[in-house]
Design a protein around this ligand. Structure first.
Ligand SMILES: [Zn+2]
Length: 120
C-alpha cells in the first residue's frame, strides 16, 4: 500500500497539518487578546472600560486603576501588602488583578464576552 502514497500526497498532508495548527493559533490568539476591562468592587460590577482608551479610575476603596497603552494596572492602593500593585500590567484575557483586602477585581475580557459600558 505504501507505494501508492506519492511524495506530493505527503507534502499536501504536511501543508494541511501546518495550516490547521496555524488556524488554531490565530483563533486562540484572537480570543485571548484583551478588549476591555471589567472592574468589580465587593462582588458587584463597578464598570467596564475599553482597553484602547487611556483612563484613570479612582475607586472609593482607595484603589486607583490605570488603563494605558492597551494595558491595565493598579496605579495606587491604600491596602496593606500592595499585592495588587505588584501584579504589574496585564493586557490579555482572562488575566486579572485582585486586591484582596479591598475586594477589588480588575479583569481583562475578550471581544466577545459581556461588553457593556457605563455612563459617566
Ligand atoms: Zn491591594
Amino acid at each position: 500500500m505504501a507505494k501508492y502514497i506519492r511524495k506530493a500526497d505527503i507534502i499536501l498532508i504536511i501543508i494541511l497539518i501546518i495550516a490547521g495548527i496555524a488556524a488554531t493559533v490565530i483563533l486562540s490568539g484572537a480570543e485571548t487578546s484583551g478588549d476591555h476591562v471589567v472592574v468589580t468592587v465587593n462582588g458587584s460590577r463597578y464598570g467596564s472600560y475599553p482597553l484602547s482608551e487611556d483612563k484613570t479610575i479612582k475607586l472609593d476603596t482607595g484603589n486607583t486603576v490605570r488603563i494605558e497603552g492597551g494595558k491595565v494596572y493598579m496605579k495606587s492602593s491604600t491596602c496593606s501588602g500592595k499585592d495588587c500593585i505588584k501584579r504589574g500590567k496585564i493586557s490579555h484575557a482572562p488575566d486579572s488583578i485582585i486586591c484582596l483586602p479591598h475586594k477589588v477585581v480588575v479583569e481583562i475580557k475578550g471581544k466577545n464576552n459581556d461588553y457593556d459600558t457605563i455612563a459617566e
